[in-house]
Design a protein around this ligand. Structure first.
Ligand SMILES: [Zn+2]
Ligand SMILES: [Zn+2]
Length: 201
């Protein structure tokens, strides 16, 4: 399957005093989604994702020919050929609209490429993923439980607004911790950190 591409384009014409300078900036972020497909039901579940940001890539174009722009992109960016073709056509049409060869301009593209990889999980890893997916709660739910001021008892940081711990997640025993704290905990134990209830086999 081809990666999914999202692209926002900002274009700016330069005043004549700046000459015919043309600049294209590409700001790329890739997201790799890890998908587990249940062998029995075929249901696909997102079990994790990695974000990666790259240094900005700046270049000038010599023409609005798609293959010229595509080659420049492929030289510098770790993207799929199909994505480079789409970006090249966005850049070429923006450059034509701005008056390539007549006006100077700056085109900035904010690009997010999302790839999916399929992973095989052990049965226990799958059970942990289900616990975490089903347990995630938001701030309102936390207030309803009167726990908005409580710390996560794994990392001792507040349940809300933790940069390292992640989001509040409620286990079937009703105890709440951060999702990332639980991921680490469950790599060693299969019980709730508070009440020791066995949560998976
Ligand atoms: Zn925590
Ligand atoms: Zn518990």
């Amino acid at each position: 399957m081809n990666p999914r591409l999202e692209c926002q384009i900002h274009q700016q014409k330069l005043p004549p005093s700046e000459g015919m300078k043309n600049t294209v900036n590409v700001v790329l972020e890739t997201i790799t989604e890890k998908i587990h497909q249940d062998p029995v039901t075929g249901i696909q579940t997102l079990v994790g994702s990695n974000h990666q940001a790259y240094p900005d890539f700046n270049f000038s174009i010599e023409s609005t020919c798609h293959s010229h722009i595509r080659d420049l992109l492929l030289d510098q960016l770790m993207i799929h050929r199909s994505s480079s073709r789409i970006l090249a056509s966005h850049i070429a049409s923006a450059a034509n609209n701005l008056g390539f060869g007549v006006n100077g301009f700056v085109i900035t593209l904010l690009v997010t490429v999302t790839k999916r990889v399929y992973v095989v999980l052990s049965e226990s890893a799958l059970q942990v993923q289900r616990l975490l997916c089903e347990g995630i709660i938001d701030g309102d739910e936390l207030k309803r439980l009167k726990m908005e001021a409580e710390p996560c008892s794994i990392c001792l940081e507040h349940l809300l607004g933790s940069k390292t711990g992640g989001v509040p997640t409620r286990l079937p025993c009703s105890h709440v911790f951060h999702d990332r704290c639980l991921t680490k905990w469950f790599s060693r134990k299969n019980t709730c950190p508070m009440c020791r209830r066995v949560l998976f086999e």
